[in-house]
Ligand binder design. Structure first.
Ligand code: SKM
Length: 281
């Protein structure tokens, strides 16, 4: 018999996460013995600085892999033996495999967004994309957009320093045209954009509302949101009412798990089945 897969999600506030049940439902459907537990640092009385201990113990206790989330995605890099080049360039890891050759790190947020985009907005024009939000999730998404072939990217953030720093880093890494903008520049940027990607917390249950003046949307623009609680945001509703092609945040949430499931189990997850289980949770 194959040994059971044992995985966990390490971070702050991970107990209600849908990733563990999503992985386990997919494994069950494939007849694979798989336990995936949330490992909530504050709930265990642990500080983020104790991540090295958590990794050591997980390894000793026989964990196959860990997903790593806020606030540990950057700090985990120095605890690994090998980091996938895409994750290393991003400076963020969300998947750690414990292998006989050591610990290997990957980033399935960025590969997951790219896969969700390909599946959900096939053929979407990538001449010029405007992205709202240049934080952790925004960095992973922007990197994915440039790997997907975006020729020009405008990065909008309420923190001008953050938008400027990320734009400079991405422009250098990808040799693409990436420019920072303030929220006041959104109208101008959108007027020339093929698509809009939203990567701020606005629209989440705790931060209701729309991230921009919805009057700036127009038919022909594609709109992607990474908010997944709720899946249907004010931004997406407004975009759909104009006939815009849209991608909801379930795509990234599911495909980061599809990519992690492949790395952890060596098996291909069924994205449609994972999306159904995600929606049912
Ligand atoms: O990178 C992902 C992580 O794999 C799972 C997760 C979650 O379930 O909250 C969030 C993201 O950070």
């Amino acid at each position: 018999a194959q040994p059971a897969v044992l995985a966990g999600l390490v971070g702050d506030g991970v107990t209600p996460s849908l990733t563990p049940p999503m992985h386990m439902a997919e494994a069950r459907a494939q007849g694979l013995a798989y336990v995936y537990r949330p490992i909530d640092l504050p709930g265990l009385g642990l500080r983020p600085e104790q991540l090295p201990e958590v990794l050591d113990w997980a390894e000793r206790l026989g964990f196959t892999a860990l997903n790593i989330t806020h606030p540990c995605k950057r700090a985990v890099l120095e605890l690994l033996d090998r980091v996938d080049p895409v994750a290393a360039a991003l400076g963020a890891v969300n998947t750690v495999l414990f292998t006989p050759e050591g610990r290997a790190g990957f980033n399935t947020d960025t590969t997951g967004f790219a896969a969700a985009f390909r599946a959900g907005l096939p053929g979407a024009a990538l001449g010029h994309v405007t992205q709202l939000g240049a934080g952790g999730a925004g960095s992973a998404v922007a990197d994915a957009l440039l790997r997907l072939g975006a020729r020009r990217l405008t990065l909008v953030d309420i923190d001008p320093g953050r938008a400027t720093a990320l734009a400079a880093e991405l422009a250098e890494r990808h040799g693409a045209r990436v420019e920072p903008a303030s929220p006041a520049g959104v109208a101008e940027a959108l007027a020339h954009s093929d698509g809009l990607v939203h990567c701020t917390p606005r629209g989440m249950r705790a931060h209701p509302g729309a991230p921009i003046d919805l009057g700036l949307l127009r038919p022909g623009l594609w709109v992607a949101d990474i908010v997944y609680r709720p899946l249907d945001t004010e931004l997406l509703r407004a975009a759909r009412s104009l006939g815009c092609a849209t991608l909801d945040g379930g795509g990234m949430a599911v495909f980061q798990a599809v990519d992690a499931f492949r790395l952890i189990t060596g098996r291909e997850a069924d994205p449609a089945r994972m999306l159904r289980s995600f929606r049912s949770l």
